[in-house]
Design a protein around this ligand. Structure first.
Ligand code: PLP
Length: 470
């Protein structure tokens, strides 16, 4: 006979739980041998003084979890359950170095290059686009989408970038992803393991580390006045070259046509050479018109174009895309046949309507004006305050610029002082892909202006002055 105490004061669920827990304990402690028959539901209910229903629920749960089995018209029996090798309970504590600490961002001012100005985001129009997505795409929203993202959305993107960036492509060539990094991962997973890739130095350090972590042979290439150094590139002889020709990250330089053509010629000089054009913030040009993409000049299908909505909309939306030349698309289709697309289709269809309704274009026009004013104000303030101790590479594009400061401080000192002053900023050191001396008379800081509020500019410049000079 099985005996355990039941508290019958609670509701039916509470009673069933007690029977279930007690039986489970008895089984795990092997107090009833395997194969032994359990009392019938009626018997146990009578013994415990509870309803048959409560016992039935407990038996059904134990059956579902595999503690007991049943033989038809005979009853329930104890399963043969393997013991844990480790008899001790889970005693190891969660490692303290993995704990996430809350950072209070109040009073901080951001000169980060990676944010956008959310106060200007047209949420009302975005929600309207989302409503249209819900109204017209019920069928697609109930399914997983094509591995490259919904065709309708790819078509809208391809039409748009043909117009704004001169990108020549079919919607079939577009792969939408939840960020540039996952797209680059997918692209490089199509390549042989020992592929050689080259990146700009200084450059996008996240990309550099990502490529290294994939086990690729990654070579940083210096920049000259026009962009990537051709001699170093020829010498490195990579299979893939990653560049930011529209607005070099982080120096801000715009690659002239002569270097673009040189690079395209370089790409065709050997079989299977590709250039990845990272066009991350080309939508923002202040004194000039947009400069056509490198892809638009490519006659040999050697350029992979990557674009993002992180700068033009919000980085938290995680909507980015790449345009694959047909031979790489073929490989992609073979490799990712079973891939489940990782983006939120509702957001993608909302993007489709946001573009179709003309809101995207309107938003970019408004943001260009807004960012241009903010940029000018910040540049003027910096020049007024630092006088001849600052040299700004004043390239009227993007959401950041590079400023050189004459200072005897080290980058280490600058970072520490910035923390004390609660000013979020990134020095060039973060983007230098080869070791350099810490002490330098020329301190370079990548100054992002998208997220700074108008009334914070004076204070930000004062804090920066103290960081650099006091
Ligand atoms: C140089 C560069 N490339 C690409 C990206 C785009 O990243 P994502 O599309 O993953 O947001 C960024 C974002 O800040 C960037 O700085």
């Amino acid at each position: 006979m099985i005996y355990f105490h039941i508290d019958k004061q609670g509701n039916a669920k509470y009673i069933y739980k007690q029977i279930y827990e007690n039986l489970k304990k008895i089984i795990l402690e092997h107090r009833i041998p395997k194969g032994e028959k359990l009392p019938s539901k009626r018997e146990l209910a009578a013994d415990l003084g509870v309803s048959i229903n409560s016992v039935t629920n407990a038996y059904e749960q134990l059956l579902a979890e595999g503690y007991i089995y049943t033989i038809e018209r005979k009853g329930y029996y104890i399963e043969d359950i393997t013991d844990f090798d480790q008899q001790t309970n889970r005693t190891t504590k969660f490692p303290s170095e993995l704990r996430e600490s809350y950072t209070d961002e109040a009073d901080w001012i951001s000169l980060s290059h990676i944010t956008t100005d959310i106060s200007m985001f047209p949420f009302h129009e975005w929600l309207k686009s989302q409503q249209q997505a819900i109204q017209y795409h019920q069928k697609e929203l109930a399914q997983i989408s094509h591995p490259q993202g919904p065709f309708t959305v790819r078509k809208t993107i391809s039409n748009m970038i043909a117009f704004t960036r001169g990108v020549i492509c079919e919607p079939e060539q577009i792969v939408i992803g939840s960020g540039t990094q996952p797209l680059i991962n997918q692209l490089m997973d199509l390549q042989p393991k020992n592929s050689k890739v080259a990146v700009e130095n200084p450059g996008y350090s996240r990309l550099y580390r990502q490529l290294i972590s994939k086990g690729l042979d990654v070579i940083p290439i210096s920049l000259d006045y026009h962009g990537i150094d051709m001699e170093e590139l020829e010498h490195a002889d990579p299979d893939f070259l990653f560049i930011t020709p529209s607005h070099q990250f982080p120096t801000g330089k715009i690659m002239p046509i002569s270097r673009r053509i040189e690079l395209l010629n370089w790409s065709t000089a050997e079989e299977d050479r590709y250039i990845v054009e990272d066009d991350y913030d080309s939508e923002f040009k202040y004194d000039t018109d947009n400069i056509p993409s490198l892809q638009s000049l490519d006659r040999s299908q050697r350029v992979i174009y990557t674009g993002t909505f992180s700068k033009t909309l919000l980085p938290s939306f995680r909507i980015s895309y790449m345009v694959l030349p047909p031979n790489l698309l073929k490989l992609y289709r073979e490799h990712y046949l079973d891939w489940i697309h990782g983006s939120n289709s509702l957001q993608l269809f909302a993007l489709h309507y946001f573009i179709k309704n003309g809101e995207y274009k309107k938003h970019i026009r408004r943001m260009n004006k807004h960012y241009e004013e903010k940029r000018k104000k910040l540049v003027t303030k910096l020049q007024d305050r630092f006088k001849n101790k600052i040299n700004i590479q004043d390239i009227p594009a993007g959401l950041h610029f590079l400023a050189h400061f004459h200072s005897a401080k080290s980058y280490h000192d600058i970072r520490r002082a910035a923390k004390q002053e609660k000013l979020e900023l990134y020095t060039i050191q973060r983007f230098l892909l080869k070791e350099v001396d810490d002490i330098s008379e020329d301190i370079q800081i990548v100054i992002g202006f998208a997220n700074i509020k108008d009334d914070e500019i004076d204070e930000a410049v004062e804090r920066l002055y103290r960081i650099i000079h006091l």
